[in-house]
Design a protein around this ligand. Structure first.
Ligand code: 5RP
Length: 264
């Protein structure tokens, strides 16, 4: 692996081999998602706790201070919306030249294994990896399930993650599943980070799945809504960060959440 690629990955993945990516890219197909209407305000208190920010170029340029030091993962796929046709019909929306211009540490795109536009999304991944290898830019493949949330089970996720790795992604983002998540990670020869999915009823549910996923080999999370939609987002990200980097368990995370929430 070339120096530039290694350097970018080392900015994102910390010396303990773990990471916490904060995604705020949801607007690229959902529009002004609740709590992300003003992304700059939402992320200001959270960025000091994040190892990477997953964001589109539009929000990056409009809402994020260029003096910000948190590494950027640029969302470069899109072209669909929740009110349009098939969500899987994505193309590449941002050139690698712009990713370099924006000093991104990685680029990310969705792949839609098993969906109508599976082939196109996988070819997009191959193309992006080729360009990334040329320029030393890591690619994070997002194993998207569209509206079919029931696809979040080990057999499907394992298949999608492995295909992403086979096509050259340097990092794969997938969903956690309670059963056989270790098989998902084992079958993927590159690092796996977990998305959070829709907001859960309790914070403990989040702490439990993040903890379990890390025990089963994930290197961290790319977790958005369960942080920034929460009434206490700083307490959430603090507790999740400690699970990832300080190896605390869910009960300790709950205690840390409560202490942080109650602090002045
Ligand atoms: C949205 C994404 C998000 O980055 C991903 O789903 C993680 O966010 P959340 O934890 O809110 O699910 O790819 O397109």
């Amino acid at each position: 692996m070339d120096w530039g690629m290694k350097n970018r990955l080392n900015r994102l993945i910390k010396p303990d081999g773990r990471t916490l990516f904060l995604p705020i890219d949801h607007g690229y197909f959902q529009g002004p998602t609740s709590k992300l209407e003003h992304p700059g305000e939402t992320i200001a208190p959270l960025l000091p706790h994040a190892d990477g920010l997953f964001v589109t170029r539009g929000v990056l340029r409009a809402c994020v201070d260029p003096a910000e030091e948190t590494p950027i993962i640029l969302r470069v796929s899109g072209g669909t919306s929740v009110v349009g046709g098939d969500l899987s019909n994505e193309g590449l929306t941002t050139s690698m030249a712009d990713a370099v211009r924006l000093n991104a540490s990685a680029v990310g795109l969705s792949i839609f294994v098993g969906h109508e536009y599976e082939r196109e999304s996988l070819l997009n991944l191959g193309k992006l990896v080729d360009e990334g290898l040329n320029l030393g830019m890591p690619v994070m493949a997002v194993t998207a399930v569209g509206k079919e949330l029931e696809r979040r089970e080990a057999r499907y996720l394992g298949l999608a993650c492995r295909i992403a790795a086979e096509l050259g992604a340097q990092v794969v983002k997938t969903y956690y599943c309670a059963k056989d998540f270790d098989k998902v990670v084992d079958g993927c020869p590159v690092p796996v980070v977990m998305a959070g999915g829709p907001q859960t009823d309790t914070e403990l549910e989040v702490f439990e799945f993040v903890y379990d996923g890390i025990q089963k080999g994930a290197i961290g999370v790319n977790l958005g809504r369960n942080i920034w939609k929460h009434d206490y987002p700083v307490a959430m990200i603090t507790a999740i960060r400690a699970i990832i980097h300080d190896n605390i368990n869910p009960k300790q995370a709950q205690d840390l959440f409560t202490t942080t929430k109650n602090a002045k």
